[in-house]
Write a protein that binds this ligand. Structure first.
Ligand SMILES: Nc1ncnc2c1ncn2[C@@H]1O[C@H](COP(=O)(O)OP(=O)(O)OP(=O)(O)O)[C@@H](O)[C@H]1O
Ligand SMILES: [Mg+2]
Length: 309
């Protein structure tokens, strides 16, 4: 389909901090592209440079072939940016807010068109409610509707689900899926690996201003050598040396009666484990096999968890 956003050697420095350190990437037209990374990784800075809100120190950005800098007004019609809910005006109704936003783009939006847009973000039943009566999840969905008033090709969502409960988060996910199904490209940032796995066709993992990996979620997970984690408990101790010799086993650990290891070949390693336990007359309990996820990918790449500071 070709790329709609092309970024090359993007740099932003604050004093000694290289907030964005030579980032190059392309976002394909029609995809949901995720930027995943811990606090301070440079996600917002990258997004705001693409949106034309922060001036890069170096590098180039084009959206649909148009350079975002030095004149970001030229890309305004192509993009929709989700604003933080706190920026909304409490004294308007939801529908009035949508129509006001449309007027900022010189669009005279009728009531039915505004409601159509609100329907897209599952908020039409709140059209006549005051904004300060909305829940956190509803406010987030309203701000997505506001980002859509100019019918943009690309929509940017910076941590759209942070602070939402699981139910509100799922609802927002289905809104993002719907917008994308209608042909819009979505670029979002998140701390939540599950969100990236569910929503994103491709994910860039950022850390310390750099993109340290970029692939489909499956591709990133498959890049790990050991792709499943096996845990179990045993009332009597198992011979760790023999356990370690099982083929494709790595990172074996034991805490009291709890054991865990990673394995490349699940079937073989579980069979060998059960055979070993049998020969030592040890009963294995609570056997659990879990696939690797993006958190494991991040851990593998950086040696620390996504939400550790
Ligand atoms: N206006 C600014 N002035 C100085 N330093 C800044 C400014 N904005 C960001 N930084 C620094 O740049 C780095 C990247 O910040 P950024 O906000 O892009 O991270 P982030 O990945 O969006 O983090 P979070 O997940 O917490 O939102 C951080 O070290 C931050 O302290
Ligand atoms: Mg941020």
């Amino acid at each position: 389909m070709g790329s709609i956003i092309d970024i090359s050697n993007l740099v932003k420095t604050y004093g000694d901090v290289r907030a964005v350190d030579n980032v190059s990437l392309a976002v394909e037209s029609g995809e949901v592209f995720g930027i995943l990374g811990p606090n301070g990784a440079g996600k917002t800075t990258t997004l705001e440079m693409i949106e034309g809100l922060r001036k890069p120190d170096g590098g180039t950005i084009t959206i649909d072939g148009i350079p975002a800098w030095p004149n970001p007004n030229k890309i305004k019609h192509l993009i929709g940016v989700q604003l933080q809910a706190t920026a909304l005006m409490d004294f308007l109704t939801v529908r009035e807010m949508v129509r006001l936003f449309a007027s900022f783009y010189g669009i005279r939006m009728g009531k039915s068109k505004a409601d159509e847009l609100l329907n897209e973000v599952a908020l039409v039943e709140k059209a006549g409610s005051m904004i300060n009566q909305l829940s956190g999840g509803q406010q987030q969905r309203l701000s997505i509707a506001l980002a859509l008033v100019n019918d943009p090709k690309v929509i940017f969502l910076d941590e759209p689900t942070t602070g939402l409960d699981p139910q509100a988060r799922r609802k927002l996910w289905s809104v993002v899926e719907r917008i994308n199904a209608e042909g819009k490209t979505v670029v979002l940032t998140t701390h939540y690996m599950e969100e990236a796995e569910v929503l994103c066709s491709r994910v860039a993992i950022m850390d310390n201003g750099r993109v340290i990996a970029l692939d489909t979620p499956e591709g990133l997970i498959n890049s790990l050598e050991s792709d499943v984690k096996i845990t179990f408990t045993a009332k009597h101790p198992l011979d760790m040396q023999k356990l370690a010799k099982i083929s494709s086993v790595s990172k074996l650990s034991q805490v009291d009666s709890s054991y865990s290891f990673y394995a490349g070949d699940v079937q073989k390693s579980i069979m060998s484990l059960l055979r070993l336990a049998d020969s030592q007359e040890v009963k294995i309990e609570n056997l659990n096999v879990a696939g690797a996820d993006l958190e494991d990918v991040f851990l593998h790449l950086t040696g620390r968890g996504l939400r550790e500071q």
